[in-house]
Design a protein around this ligand. Structure first.
Ligand code: ASP
Length: 329
């Protein structure tokens, strides 16, 4: 059911086309700790990060603002009806509702988010409207939906695809509707952090959350400081995986604070993953992945389990990398 492979195929071509050839970068670790400022730069989660980075790069390479890049980058993934972990194509909750969470944050520390939002194609843009048009940071559920309509967003008629419906029906039969919604296969948020050519940072995060979650469940992605955080003096971070585990350590905020205290982005991501492993005894049973970017354009990525991938666009090249991870046995 995963759409990751399709993305890799499609986006390898798109990236080669856009950037005029195969990426020359080796491991992204080559960027780490060099002290060079790599900008513009954009970093995002999973293979769907490749097409998202392509869209973000168009803005960044034209001298545009990181905030516009992180919004328009993740919108590509939100709009893909075949993506089963982001946007309206996502796996539903156990009652059959596709409920969306999203957040966005700019270089001034302004931020906005929506959670438990239904029937809207681009929750990240509603999050941006909350940030720019209201005195609030977060709107949820029916209130967020009404706010979206009042601000020019359309109610989408997009229904669950037959493929998603079939998986959900099977899940209900196999699991007898038990609230055991977290496994390694029913999620994959897009989180994105970017620095523009002016050296300003922004971040975004958008997801349909965990498939088969209890109706009303909200994850880390729309919680500022959990799923994503930006401090323009220091750096930015974002998260994917089991939101509950990220929320218990305030993951993205923790990583930015670790960078403030001198850690490289890689060290900060590793320390946050170690924190989860230390405090949550079942850490071998679920996935969490973190990405980080600092003001020098140095990057970091680390996850609990094997399999986390991220896309990095810098120096006219956009490439998918395998993250290093903790649980090796
Ligand atoms: N973090 C998301 C959530 O818990 C899911 C994911 O990133 O895979 O809702």
């Amino acid at each position: 059911m995963s759409t990751r492979r399709d993305f890799i195929k499609k986006s390898a071509f798109a990236s080669a086309f856009l950037f005029g050839g195969l990426p020359r970068l080796g491991k992204s670790k080559s960027l780490m700790g060099t002290g060079d400022t790599n900008k513009p730069i954009v970093l995002s989660t999973w293979s769907h990060g490749i097409p998202a980075n392509d869209a973000a790069w168009k803005i960044l390479s034209g001298g545009g603002r990181a905030l516009d890049a992180v919004e328009q980058g993740v919108m590509v993934v939100e709009a893909d009806p075949k993506n089963t972990s982001v946007g309206l194509g996502g796996f539903p909750d156990r009652d059959g509702h596709v409920t969306l969470d999203a957040s966005i944050m700019d270089e001034k520390g302004n931020c906005g988010s929506v959670a438990f939002l239904e029937h809207i194609l681009h929750p990240v843009s509603v999050a941006r409207a909350v940030m720019e048009k209201t005195p609030h940071v977060m709107l949820v559920g029916e209130g967020a939906f009404q706010f979206a309509l009042e601000n020019g967003f359309q109610k989408s008629n997009q229904e669950m695809t037959p493929e998603v419906k079939a998986v959900w029906e099977k899940w209900k039969t196999d699991n007898k509707y038990t609230s055991k919604p977290i496994d390694k296969n029913n999620h994959d948020t897009i989180g994105m952090v970017a620095m523009d050519s002016n050296g300003n940072l922004s971040g975004s995060c958008t997801t349909s959350g965990l498939g088969w979650k209890i109706h009303g469940r909200v994850g880390d992605s729309p919680i500022i400081g959990d799923g994503m955080f930006v401090d323009n003096e220091v750096g930015a971070a974002c998260a994917t995986g089991k939101g509950e585990a990220v929320m218990k350590i305030c993951g993205s905020m923790l990583i930015v604070e670790l960078m403030r205290n001198g850690r490289t982005p890689q060290q900060a991501c590793e320390e946050a993953i170690h924190r989860i492993a230390k405090k949550q005894s079942d850490y071998k049973t679920f996935q969490v992945g973190f990405l980080a970017l600092n003001k020098n354009g140095e990057t970091g990525a680390y996850s609990l389990l094997k399999g986390f991938q991220y896309a990095l666009a810098v120096n006219e090249q956009n490439k998918l990398y395998d993250s290093d991870y903790l649980v090796k046995d």
